[in-house]
Design a protein around this ligand. Sequence first.
Ligand code: IVH
Length: 695
Amino acid sequence: MTISPDAEPRWQELNQLLLAASDAYYGGTEPIISDAEYDERLRELAELEDRHPELRLLGSATTRVAYARVTEFAPVTHRQRMLSLDNVFDEEELDEWLARVPAERYLCELKIDGLAVNLTYLDGRLAVAATRGDGRVGEDVTGNVATIDGIPHRLRGTNVPAVLEVRGEVFFPKQAFAELNEALVVAGQHPFANPRNAAAGSLRQKDPRITAARPLRMIVHGIGTHDGLELTSQSQSYDALASFGLPVSSHTKVVGSAAAARDYVTYHGEHRHDAEHEIDGVVIKVDDLVSQRRLGSTSRAPRWAIAYKYPPEEVHTRLLDIRVGVGRTGRVTPFAAMDPVLVAGSTVAMATLHNAHEVVRKGVRIGDTVVLRKAGDVIPEIVAPVVALRDDSERDFVMATHCPSCGTALAQQKEGDKDLRCPNARSCPSQLRERLYSLAARGAFDIEALGAVGARDLLESGLLTDESGLFALTEDDLARSSIYASRSGGVTANGAKLLENLAAAIQQPLWRVLVALSIRHVGPTAARALASRFGSMDAIRAASVTELADTEGVGQVIAQSLKEWFEVDWHVNIVEAWAAAGVRMADGAAQERSEAQPTASLQGLTVVVTGSLEGFTRDGAKEAIVSRGGKAAGSVSRKTDYVVVGENAGSKAVKAEELGLPILDEADFLRLLEQGPAGVSGGEEGAGPGSPAGE
Ligand code: IVH
């Protein structure tokens, strides 16, 4: 964009005047223009920018009203102390408080996760803005606060009191916070751990221009000294503050009973992420000011208000190490090993970091204290390091150049890929183990007696060199393993079960055999489509890319992947060895029918799928639900029976957790489809690979 040559000189003149005027105003020196002239010039500047928006890029006084230069944060003594709040943490404690503090009306509000600030207006003009500090004395952040959108420099209305202290929370809107963190990382700086820290860091900038560039907001939730303002209730004070042009919350509610206050707590517990800012609870206040005065305060907090804190969704823990895992298709994934910590209901010690770029993007170093949360309240995720807690003992993660399992040099699949892969698919122990383990999953051959430990054992004992020999295993073989062999020379009960499972598995339909081969991109949906169109492994192998891609639910990427897979000798050997051991490589007519017409296993059930699943497209998952008599809903409610959570699931997963709905992973989902609710009840373990490197 080019800057308009005609308009620029006037713009510069106005802008400099306005910036100097606000510097003088907030810097405490003599005003250089009157307030009226200031407003007049500001309007002219704004009109100029409406016609030439590119001028705003230069750093305009219209986006930033005041640029007071602060070299240090001077102490400010609040006229009235800024109190804190007492907390309750569950319904019982809340009930006790409600019983102890009966009231005709309670004012219910969100507890904004931000930074407390006191604004002092003298004769309607913003004179000082200060942080809470210790409650008596805070820091002067006037210049910075004056740059926040929505905070009036001058109050509106006629009945503005001579002195007015307004308390509220400065916060970072959630979306803006995410964008700021990304921008900081791109600029090589550290991201903030949460919006609260971002708000605090932005307010304590020495140069208000930096604060001005941050899209902070404020919501006011209290009043201190208010000379000349008659008030009878807290809610009425909010109406007055709103009439002065101050930003009040749209989520507050006056209720007439303790039960209704409880409902407010419950409702916002279920809608925790709906507001434009983070909340860490709700605040319940006695609305009537006479009652407030009678109840009084302790040295710390008022007796007429209580904060109900929701359980934290973010915790701190120590990042002990960053290791790399190798998945069944060779993808090499860094993952975090942490001090085990309880977060959103379960203990977490590992979290995937996806790839080396992600480690850099998050700015984490080994040894850091990190902020951990559950993405969508399900998948553990490291948010950011707590930089303030560093002591120089931390070290950078260096991505492996060679496979940690087999030592082969890692490579990108194609130029520009973020993922690195171990190309040694044939004999990399990790890949072999993961492939063997996942072919036994319920969505593939369903070999219950073959778990992660069994897969490792069969490979390490040399009984298998890859998956080709699996169905040829005999009792004598297992008697030579570590975990399937009994002391008496035969096999254990689990060994016998493995042989039984293998004998049953060879009868599995073709689509499951396809899934079991770990061909990239070939999940259950594509496998079913291929099996039903081509009917046999030979026909699939013989088909051209065009024919394959032409199959409903398959497409070019899968077709290409299949073609390339069949071009590798040892892949073909697996198929041939399995066929020789009796694995069915074609579907019979009866089989086809029963596979093609799923039972109505989901009759009357509503299922929501959120995030991406490996084996289903969005429509494929819906179709799978609907074809079994279920309803595939788009949003989560109390009426939802199951929520299937895939990768990068968002707010729906959060809501599901909050409503206490059954949450299924992809393996559970497959069982649900196949067996109906019986397949997912009883708290069985999921069937998918459990390591953080699982793909
Ligand atoms: S009222 C005298 N209302 O939470 C009562 N505080 O943990 C003072 N906060 O220091 C507080 N949202 O900074 C009140 N709706 C709300 C609030 C709120 C956030 C902050 C406030 C307070 C802290 C206590």
